[in-house]
Design a protein around this ligand. Structure first.
Ligand code: BT5
Length: 260
């Protein structure tokens, strides 16, 4: 169970995930959050890079030091973190994103958030888990290679100015709201170590549900229809009438006509 959350903030770090890992190895306990104004080596999944320019975005990581999470349940933590970010943005700003399975939140087909969950084992058990979340907040310009598929809280709020006035995102307020939402979802998840109590809400916001998608694995790529998720948070797809389960890992799911 996740109870108290303790916040630390640094102007600049290599990666907030790596800072949490170092602290976990030094014996730090569950509930520590490290956030940074800037990351010099922000990481995406499988060696990809995460852009976190100075004071424009949120880079924040939480330590779960859980003898309480089974190894099979670790990927589900990413799925509930996505729910938490979606929920926090919706509660604070009244704008509703969708979840692009497994780890992105998207608005109008553009990515506003990425999540990287990492873990370390000790004596055959999960020793600790780090949940790292990056959210674009004040970003207005992105590097050329991601400009077509990235957005930020401020850019999305601007689109709804009639409803919100001149409202802008606020990094520390949003960071706290995200981890409060995460705590709520995590404590539901940990009771069963699966999505039993959360699946319905997740599927409500699942981008591409019922649509054709392209599954891009390392050595092959094929089309399927996205159906929903199973109790572990894996994606259920239909391939020519046959159901297949797609686990997180080295797989990307794309829409047929673009990124989402
Ligand atoms: C992710 O990977 O989306 C996981 C990102 C996790 C970042 C957080 S920040 C706090 C913590 N500390 C870290 O070092 N990491 C975590 P993936 O699904 O592999 O997506 C990476 C891809 O997203 C890149 O290859 C780019 O195409 C794109 N990308 C990079 N920066 C982006 C940004 N700021 N906004 C939108 N897209 C971006």
């Amino acid at each position: 169970m996740l109870k108290e959350i303790r916040y630390e903030y640094y102007e600049s770090v290599d990666s907030t995930n790596d800072r949490i890992k170092a602290r976990a190895r030094d014996g730090e306990m569950q509930g520590l959050v490290i956030s940074a104004g800037q990351q010099t080596a922000g990481k995406g999944r499988i060696g990809r890079k995460w852009e976190s320019p100075s004071h424009e975005s949120i880079a924040t990581s939480l330590l779960l030091q859980p003898a309480e999470i089974d190894i099979e349940a670790v990927p589900t933590v990413t799925v509930i973190a996505a729910m938490a970010v979606r929920d926090a943005i919706s509660r604070l700003y009244g704008i509703d994103g969708l979840i692009k399975w497994p780890n992105d939140i998207v608005f109008d087909g553009k990515k506003i958030c990425g999540i990287l969950t990492e873990m370390e084992m000790k004596e055959g058990k999960v020793w600790y888990v780090v949940v790292g979340i990056g959210v674009n907040v004040h970003n207005r310009n992105f590097p050329e290679d991601i400009a077509f598929k990235a957005t930020s809280v401020d850019l999305e709020l601007e689109k709804h100015q009639d409803k919100n006035g001149q409202k802008l995102g606020h990094r520390s307020e949003l960071t706290k709201a995200i981890w409060e939402s995460f705590k709520k979802y995590y404590n539901i998840f940990i009771e069963t170590q699966d999505m039993t109590g959360l699946k319905e809400e997740y599927e409500r916001y699942l981008a591409n549900r019922g649509n054709r998608v392209r599954i891009e694995a390392q050595d092959n790529s094929y089309q399927a229809t996205a159906k929903g998720i199973d109790n572990h948070g894996a994606l259920i797809v239909d391939v020519d009438g046959e159901e297949r389960i797609i686990n997180t890992g080295e797989v990307s799911v794309r829409g047929i006509y673009g990124y989402v």
